[in-house]
Design a protein around this ligand. Structure first.
Ligand code: HAM
Length: 422
């Protein structure tokens, strides 16, 4: 006996009901991107391995699906979109119209341990602005992330955008004499998941001593921007703080003050962030991050281009869908056609003729093949999610007329085929 082949671990099958959910989220993403004036782009599903090694950070590189192709090239399925975006922008060089507001909905792959909210294949909305140094661009993207949550039916209080500044942490690390920062960012990002000793050992491994760990702890326990002022005192750190203050006042002007909060513990695990960083979480923090992003002013240059400031975020489809499901905000069932033709006389040609007329008029419709019992055809209409049944071949109505039954109310009336077609 042969066993049925399962989908690979960490991947999903999308049956029509699942696609309805997926499309619900994707269309909200697209509507908000359009409202914010973003243009869509795409790239290849796999890239040269070297696009990721050394640029994204060790965690994501450890999760790569990489392989050699038949020409012995080292390739990797894309685990994130940002390096591809940077490559695309670098290729355009001076021809890139700046600031570019671009979005994409890529399918991504990461060899992660499969767990709630984390899969090995997922989709991720990416919204990025290339070519603006202004904190107004950071604010625009945080506002867009909030607008997406709202578009999907969530309210301020359901989710929180936790905002901090990589520059703030980076300048403190400079004050502490730390020379190898990416492992520190990764350790700080995983702080809650690591046992305290392991976390501290990671920091010591990057050259931090007791004083350094104490100052980082102090920064991480700060509850307001004001209270950070007593913890950092270098001019660059104070500039990073001032930038955060401007950001929060801009976010208030965007009308999203209730959605956002300063949280110094957000550093982000990816190596390339340089400025404001943020993560979106459900308010109860029972789920993994819904979205994350920030400023990455050096990545394009590191990938061989000119220096081009950039900001952006990624929002996966998995966690947001979980949250919407918990809140009862997902559509149920499958979207069906408006009409279902039910043959009373078993004449398939009559059905095909009427179907062609209706479809030419833009109607969405279906019918059962081979006629059969009316009850069975009505059941098919229900199962396919049709809204109305159209009885064809009835001798109770005049030629060029049909009986139409509303499947929700049961109401039945006679209408002309002409009226149905237009
Ligand atoms: P990231 O924090 O790695 O950032 O991912 C952003 C979001 O993608 C996460 O908050 C989560 O919703 C989703 N996500 C990540 N990994 C998985 C997974 N294994 N399964 C399901 N969902 C996942 C980035 O990827 C950056 N490139 C975002 C960015 C764009 N930064 C600037 N522009």
């Amino acid at each position: 006996m042969s066993t049925k082949i399962q989908p690979p671990k960490g991947t999903r099958d999308f049956y029509p009901a699942d696609m309805a959910v997926q499309n619900h989220i994707f269309s909200a993403w697209r509507r908000v991107c359009a409202r914010f004036g973003f243009q869509e782009y795409e790239g290849p599903g796999f890239e040269h391995l070297e696009l990721y090694t050394g640029k994204s950070g060790d965690e994501i590189v450890g999760q790569l699906y990489n392989f050699k192709d038949k020409g012995d090239r080292d390739l990797a399925l894309r685990p994130e979109m940002t390096p591809t975006l940077a490559r695309l922008a670098n290729q355009l060089g001076r021809d890139l119209r700046k600031p570019a507001r671009w979005f994409s909905l890529p399918r991504l792959w990461r060899y992660e341990k499969q767990q709630r909210g984390r899969l090995r294949e997922f989709f991720q909305l990416n919204m990025d602005i290339l070519g603006s140094d202004s904190v107004e661009a950071d604010a625009e993207l945080v506002a867009a992330a909030c607008a997406i949550c709202e578009e999907l039916g969530l309210k301020a209080g359901d989710v929180v955008v936790r905002i901090s500044s990589r520059r703030l942490v980076s300048t403190l690390l400079d004050e502490l004499g730390c020379t190898d920062k990416p492992p520190v960012y990764l350790a700080l990002d995983r702080r809650e998941k690591l046992p305290r000793e392991e976390f501290e050992a990671g920091l010591r491994g990057s050259g931090l001593g007791d004083d350094g760990i104490r100052r980082l702890d102090a920064l991480f326990s700060a509850t307001s921007l004001e209270s950070v002022k007593g913890i950092v005192d270098s001019a660059p750190a104070l500039a990073a703080l001032a930038e955060l203050e401007t950001l929060f006042s801009l976010l208030a002007a965007h009308g999203v003050a209730d959605w956002v909060r300063f949280d110094p513990t957000v550093v982000r695990g990816l190596a390339y962030y340089t400025g404001v960083v943020y993560e979106v979480f459900d308010a109860g923090r029972s789920l993994r991050a819904i979205a994350g992003g920030g400023r990455y002013d050096d990545l394009l240059q590191k990938l061989g281009g000119e220096r081009l400031p950039a900001v952006g975020f990624g929002m996966g489809d998995v966690v947001i869908a979980e949250l919407l499901r918990e809140k009862g905000l997902l559509p149920s069932g499958i979207p069906g056609p408006d009409l279902w033709l039910v043959s009373l006389d078993g004449d398939g040609r009559k059905l095909a003729t009427l179907a062609a007329r209706l479809r030419a008029g833009g109607r969405q419709m279906g019918f059962s093949f081979g006629g059969g019992k009316v009850g069975k055809q009505m059941q098919a209409a229900q199962e396919n999610g049709a809204k109305r049944a159209v009885f064809v071949g009835s001798d109770r109505v005049a030629p060029h007329q049909v009986e139409v039954k509303d499947l929700a109310t049961g109401e039945q009336k006679t209408v002309s085929v002409e009226a149905l077609c237009t």
